[in-house]
Design a binder for this molecule. Sequence first.
Ligand SMILES: *Cc1c(COP(=O)(O)O)cnc(C)c1O
Length: 246
Amino acid sequence: MNFSFYTSAIKERLEKLQEKIEKATQKSGRRADAVTVVAVTKGFGPEIIETLLQQRILHIGENRVQEARIKKEIIGEKGIWHFIGHLQKNKIKLTAHLFDWVDSLDSLEEATLLSQVAKAIGKTLKVLVQVNTSGESTKHGTTPEQAKALCLAINELPGLELLGLMTIAPLLKEPEKARPFFSLLRKLRDQIESNTTLRLPVLSMGMSQDFEVAIEEGATMIRIGTFLLGPRPSPFLKREDPKTFL
Ligand SMILES: *Cc1c(COP(=O)(O)O)cnc(C)c1O
């Protein structure tokens, strides 16, 4: 298949993203390569993921297990897959098989189940603990108060490698207003590190709307959908034939 149309559009947007990342990392006194881009491809077909991989964007974020499964069947074992959605108990097995990272762990019960599956299939999953920094009831994530205890417990589980924290800021018209939530996550990480022997180098924070502010506040990983790919198409699995795309 010829993906040249997507390739030129995505190349252009990647260049813009890179420029913005460079500016924001300079402000926080870091190098641009200190920030990893996770391309959030939910809603888009596998041809978009192929194009991203060709452009050396290797980290792919999906929030639905079934959707990721269909795409991976088509693409094969390529890329580094991040689960960024809410874990469901009945899909934990599939999650452990399909993904390399789980960026949204927020309960010990689910982490324990995930650990058991990972261990059974001889896999080590990289994981992040999701923290609800805004306190919004619509958002998943552990509370800032419980984050340390959850990190300590998850760190003991085999088959999981705890690497850091993740948060989703509220969607606000002015990205600047999201800054306190990002700085809270960084401070929380610093606190946990100074009170324990845990090392949490990864801070996954910032999306299309607010990634520059997140980087200024210390993000090492940003999750970018629409900025790179444009508006999301209708929910992928609701299409009549999920094997045809766009
Ligand atoms: C959809 C999604 C993103 C990407 O959102 P954009 O605004 O399109 O960049 C990032 N993180 C999570 C958890 C998401 O569900």
